[in-house]
Structures are given as C-alpha cells and as structure tokens.
Design a binder for this molecule. Structure first.
Ligand SMILES: C[S@@+](CC[C@H](N)C(=O)[O-])C[C@H]1O[C@@H](n2cnc3c(N)ncnc32)[C@H](O)[C@@H]1O
Length: 208
C-alpha cells in the first residue's frame, strides 16, 4: 500500500495576517507611515490621554505615526516632541519637532535648548529583537524604566504616561513602579496589536 502523503501543518492562523494587512493598507491610505497609529488611536479613544494645546513627548517616535496622530490631537496651539535612534524620514507638521538620539541622553534641553516640560509622555519604544523572548523582555523592561525616569523628571504634575512593555518576568515590578508615581494606572492591549504579541500598554494618569 502506498504511504499516505503527509500534509503540512497549517501554521497560518486564518484572520491574523489579513487583519495586519488590512491595518497596513488603512495606514497607507490615511498617510501614516506605520499601522502602530491605530494602537494610539485606541488608547486615546478609551483613556483620553492627549488634550488640545498639550505639550507631548513621544519616546521611540520613528517612523512617525504617533507623532502625526498626536499632532492632530493637540492642535496648532499644542506641540509634539519626538526622539528616536532613527531619523524621521516623513514630512512633519509645524507643531512637531523630532530629534535623532538615544533616550539615555535625554534632558529637558534636548529640544533646541528650550527648557520643556510635558503634559503627556508616550512611549512605543521597542528594542531590536534578538529572537529570544527572555532577552527581549529584559531589554524592553530597561527601556520602560528609562521612559518612566523621563516621565518622572519631565512631566507636569497631573501629567499622563503611556508605555509599551513586553510581558515578562519584570512586568509586575514595572507596574508597581508606575503605581508609585501616578494616581491611576491601567493595563490595556489594543485590538490592533497582533494577538500573539506579548506587547501591552500601561496607561498612567495623574502624575503625583
Ligand atoms: C515600534 S517603533 C515606534 C513606532 C512609532 N510609535 C510610530 O508610530 O511610528 C519603536 C522605536 O523605538 C526606538 N528605540 C528603541 N530604543 C530606543 C532608544 N534607546 N532611544 C530612542 N529610541 C529607541 C526604535 O528605534 C524604534 O524606531
């Protein structure tokens, strides 16, 4: 009897890739350089972290989707500042300034020497992935701690903080640190995150 031909397991879970493709297409159509914009949109719709006239700092801002979205939310009398290791290649609106630097070097004079404080600090920073989940989670934790330090130093009182973190061993410790500095904090996984991804956002409001 001829051996039965083995069928390959179907690793492509239906729906997931189509959803990612749909968001990528939508971002292209709406002139955003990355689909991550829809994560911030979901966060904003649920938690209203950005307000008209706000000063916002975007940590890990390249390629620039969050900058564009935040610029619309704060309007012409607000301002959005961004920092990333990578250069921003897109044209930015007048109320946005972005610099190419490591957030390790961030000071409140990083932007044209202006002493600035912020109403909201938003971080979508992610480390270059190593392929090892434990290593990536640890690097993400380090970036989050840096972001929290920047938020602690440069937010106005009552300011808001949004921070992406990869769920790993240090997640609870980070959440605890955030709770010490803010009146309220929530965990949120936007629908537009890939389901299999370990990324999650901490939304903290009311800097103490
Ligand atoms: C997922 S992307 C951000 C996407 C962005 N929110 C958008 O919508 O266009 C993560 C970014 O974090 C940046 N990043 C990672 N480590 C950083 C660091 N130490 N300082 C500044 N930026 C960093 C990376 O260069 C990368 O561009």
């Amino acid at each position: 009897m001829a051996a039965k031909k083995k069928t390959k397991p179907n690793n492509k879970k239906p729906g997931r890739n189509q959803w990612a493709d749909h968001l990528t297409q939508r971002a292209k159509k709406e002139n955003y350089p990355a689909r991550s914009v829809y994560k911030l949109e979901e966060i904003q719709n649920k938690f209203q972290v950005l307000k008209k006239n706000d000063l916002v700092l975007d940590l890990g801002c390249a390629p620039g989707s969050w900058l564009l979205y935040a610029a619309k939310q704060v309007g012409n009398h607000g301002k959005v500042f961004g920092i990333d290791l990578k250069k921003i290649e897109i044209r930015l609106p007048e109320n946005v300034i972005a610099i190419e630097d490591d957030i390790l070097n961030f000071t409140n004079e990083s932007f044209l020497g202006e002493k600035t404080r912020f109403n909201s600090i938003i971080s979508d920073m992610a480390p270059a992935t190593s392929g090892r989940k434990d290593v990536d989670a640890l690097r993400s934790f380090e970036l989050c701690n840096m972001a929290l330090k920047v938020a602690d130093d440069f937010l106005f009182q009552n300011g808001n903080f949004v921070c992406k973190i990869f769920q790993g061993n240090d997640f609870n410790a980070f959440q605890k640190n955030v709770k010490l500095k803010f009146k309220e904090s929530k965990i949120f996984k936007p629908e537009s995150c890939r389901k299999q991804s370990k990324e999650i956002y901490i939304i903290a409001k009311g800097k103490k």
